[in-house]
Structure formats: structure tokens, C-alpha cells
Design a binder for this molecule. Structure first.
Ligand SMILES: Cc1ncc(COP(=O)(O)O)c(C=O)c1O
Length: 395
């Protein structure tokens, strides 16, 4: 909680903090993200504007073609956003009343779209080191009513895909991977499109591949791809012939043009994120009270986010107090997420299964600046600020 009165140092140890009048580590705040368009992105957009045809057209088609190849999927389909991508996949793969195993630790859309489909979300706890869905807990929660697993590659780190696929095979479950945060992540040397029944992506303005709003779905089954395309565009098989009820979840070509242009740089930018994560690991790994994120065995993450856990038993502050102190040092941070999904009011009727690890995450996660434009100096400043705040609040 932020106090309304001017903050005062609690102890001698906290006096050096910028929050209490000390000198900040970074005189200029470290940018939390980098979303700037390049002249090439803008030219690509202007090119579409000049055609006067803004609907999904050649640029969306180009993005689909390239995305399928890059992620090792047979089909890739653009759509309006990552939430629609999930909705299209769920509507094609699960039926109302089905039980769907879902992560308790994710963004709400992974689960709310199961509910929108009429499915029953069964919450699965997360791994305490990687934040990813805990396959052992998922196995414990399978019932005769379970038909699918929806697993998020959270923060850009792939889940234990072998474990999920094995469980799915054993119980004949559909698998939908929510890769909204995991553009170009890989698992055991393969693109994420090689695994599961469908993989969904978001291209929201802050995502690694960002078109403002936008989404992608990949799959390897021709029939499923056809179903998704039909649902995406009012079940239309020829002009004004509607074979089934669907939606307008199409993307537009301006978003497609930005996506294609940014895709030219995505692999390099993703590698920079990975290198930056490795630098953070090294600089932060030994600071008492700080736990750096671990990656699933066999996975290469895309580091949409770099999220720490604070060991609150070793600190005298809350996560929010830590975050406020960091901000004063010139280091912004964010909370992904302040609640586990079973504790969201919108989902409380499904809060039936214990997910203690996910529930506890809410108090201790802290995401640091992570993007392709961070300089070594900025990374060093982030690390110095964390070390300073952790030392000041050491229990
Ligand atoms: C894990 C996850 N799933 C789904 C979504 C939904 O994507 P969109 O915002 O494009 O609808 C997001 C977006 O934040 C996300 O992070």
C-alpha cells in the first residue's frame, strides 16, 4: 500500500534508498519496454494505406505463410487478437460441458475463453521455479469428463511439452497451447507449432511481435484449419453463403503489414532478449531474497517477461514496497499477476481445486524491464538497484 504522507525511512538500512531521499541508481528511468516502430514499419503501413484496401489481404496472407514456416506449423491463421485466437481454437476443439485443465497462473483469457465456450475450467497449479503448468498436478485432476488441456507458455517460457503430450495421449485429450507471450520460443529444438492440436498467439501492442491488436493460430490438421477459417469469418464458404454460424474475428492488412515488417527483426530481437535474460541471471542470481526465473528443461524461452520471485521471508518489505523503492531508483517493474486466476472474482465459481503455489505467487512476483533495446548499462543499473533495495530491506 502506498502511504499518502511523505515516506520516511524505517531504519538506518533504508536511509540510502532514493525513496527516502538517497541518490537514485539511475538518474534517467530505465525503459520498461520498447514498442517503437521503425521507418520500415511505417512505410509498410503507408503502403497498405495507399492501396485503399484495409481488410485482411496480401499482408495478412504473407504473415500467415511466414509464421507457419517459422514456428513449424502446417497452417497459420491471423485473427483479431489473442483472445479471439483462443476462442476460435476452443470452439473448434472442445464442447460445452467439457472439463478443461487450465493453468491457475496465467493471463485471464486462457481460462475465460474456456468459460465463454461453455467449458468447465479445472485449475492446475504451477511449478514453483518456472511458473509453468505443473504436469503432475494436471495428471491428478483428470476425470472422465476431461477432454482437453489448455497450457500457457507463460512469460515466453515453454511448458513441459513432453509431459503434457504424454498426459494427453494417455487420456485422449485435446491440447491447446496459449503462446501469446512466446513468439519464437522453442522446445527440444522445434518451433512451438509442431506440438499440440492448436497454438494461439497475441500480437497486442506490447507483445514481442506487436501489431497493436492482432492474433495468430497455428495447427497441423487441414480440417481444423478449415473450421477455424470458417468460424473466423461467419462460416462463409462463398460470397454470402454461410454454412455455419461464426464471427468476424479477422485481422486487417495494416496490422498485417506491421506484423510482416516487425517479423524481419523478431529473431534478432528475441536473441537479444535471451542474452539479456542470461545477464540478469548472472547479476541477480546471488542476491539474497531474490529468486531468478528457471526455464523448463529442453525449452528456449522468448522472454516476453523476466519475472523474479521475492523471498519475502528474507525481506522486511512487501513486493509492492520493493517495487516502489525500485521505481524511485529509476527502475520500473510490474506485477504479472496480482492474483492467481482461481482468485479472480470472474472465475470464483471454479475455485475448487487447491493451487497453493499459484496463489502464493501473487504476493511475490516482480517483472523487470525486458526488451531488445536494453543497454548493458541499463541492465547493470537494474541489477544494482535490486541489490540495493534487497540489502536495505534485508530481514
Ligand atoms: C497468456 C495470454 N493469453 C492471451 C492473451 C490475450 O491476447 P489479446 O490481448 O491479444 O486478446 C494475452 C494477452 O495479454 C496473454 O498474455
Amino acid at each position: 500500500m502506498t502511504s499518502l504522507s511523505a515516506p520516511t525511512a524505517r531504519s538506518e538500512k533504508t536511509k540510502s534508498l532514493a525513496l527516502f531521499g538517497g541518490t537514485p541508481v539511475a538518474s534517467k528511468p530505465v525503459p520498461f519496454m520498447s514498442t517503437a516502430l521503425t521507418p520500415a514499419d511505417i512505410d509498410a503501413c503507408v503502403g497498405v494505406l495507399k492501396t485503399g484496401m484495409l481488410r485482411a489481404n496480401t499482408k495478412c496472407a504473407e504473415l500467415e505463410e511466414r509464421w507457419g514456416k517459422l514456428t513449424e506449423a502446417k497452417h497459420a491463421m491471423t485473427c483479431a487478437n489473442g483472445t479471439c485466437a483462443l476462442q476460435l481454437a476452443y470452439e473448434s476443439l472442445i464442447s460445452p460441458g467439457d472439463e478443461v485443465l487450465v493453468p491457475a497462473w496465467s493471463y485471464i483469457a486462457t481460462v475465460s475463453m474456456v468459460v465463454a465456450r461453455g467449458g468447465v475450467p479445472i485449475f492446475v497449479d504451477c511449478d514453483p521455479d518456472t511458473f509453468q503448468i505443473d504436469v503432475k498436478d494436471a495428471a491428478r485432476k483428470v476425470t472422465r469428463g476431461t477432454t482437453a488441456i489448455a497450457a500457457t507458455h507463460l512469460y515466453g517460457c515453454p511448458v513441459d511439452i513432453d509431459g503434457i503430450q504424454e498426459l494427453a495421449e494417455k487420456h485422449n485429450l485435446m491440447v491447446i497451447y496459449d503462446a501469446a507471450q512466446a513468439h519464437l520460443a522453442t522446445y527440444k529444438g522445434k518451433g512451438l507449432g509442431a506440438f499440440g492440436d492448436a497454438v494461439t498467439y497475441s500480437m497486442y501492442a506490447t507483445k514481442n511481435l506487436a501489431t497493436g491488436e492482432g492474433g495468430l493460430i497455428t495447427c497441423n490438421d487441414d480440417g481444423l484449419a478449415n473450421d477455424i477459417k470458417l468460424l473466423r469469418s461467419h462460416g462463409e464458404t462463398e460470397k454470402y453463403l454461410h454454412e455455419r454460424v461464426g464471427y468476424n474475428y479477422r485481422m486487417n492488412d495494416m496490422a498485417g503489414a506491421i506484423g510482416c515488417s516487425r517479423l524481419d527483426r523478431l529473431a534478432d530481437q528475441t536473441n537479444v532478449r535471451r542474452a539479456n535474460a542470461a545477464k540478469y541471471d548472472k547479476l541477480l542470481g546471488k542476491i539474497p531474497g531474490i529468486k531468478t526465473p528457471k526455464t523448463t528443461a529442453g525449452a528456449v524461452a522468448s522472454f516476453h517477461l523476466y519475472t523474479l520471485q521475492l523471498d519475502l521471508a528474507k525481506l522486511t518489505c512487501t513486493r509492492d514496497e520493493f517495487s516502489n523503492a525500485l521505481k524511485a531508483e529509476g527502475v520500473p517493474s510490474a506485477t504479472h499477476y496480482p492474483r492467481s486466476l482461481p482468485k479472480q472474482p470472474a472465475l470464483e465459481e471454479y475455485d475448487r481445486d487447491d493451487c497453493p503455489v499459484a496463489d502464493a505467487m501473487a504476493a511475490k512476483v516482480l517483472s523487470l524491464p525486458m526488451h531488445h533495446d536494453l543497454s548493458d548499462e541499463q541492465i547493470a543499473q537494474v541489477a544494482e538497484a535490486i541489490a540495493k533495495v534487497a540489502a536495505a530491506y534485508k530481514a
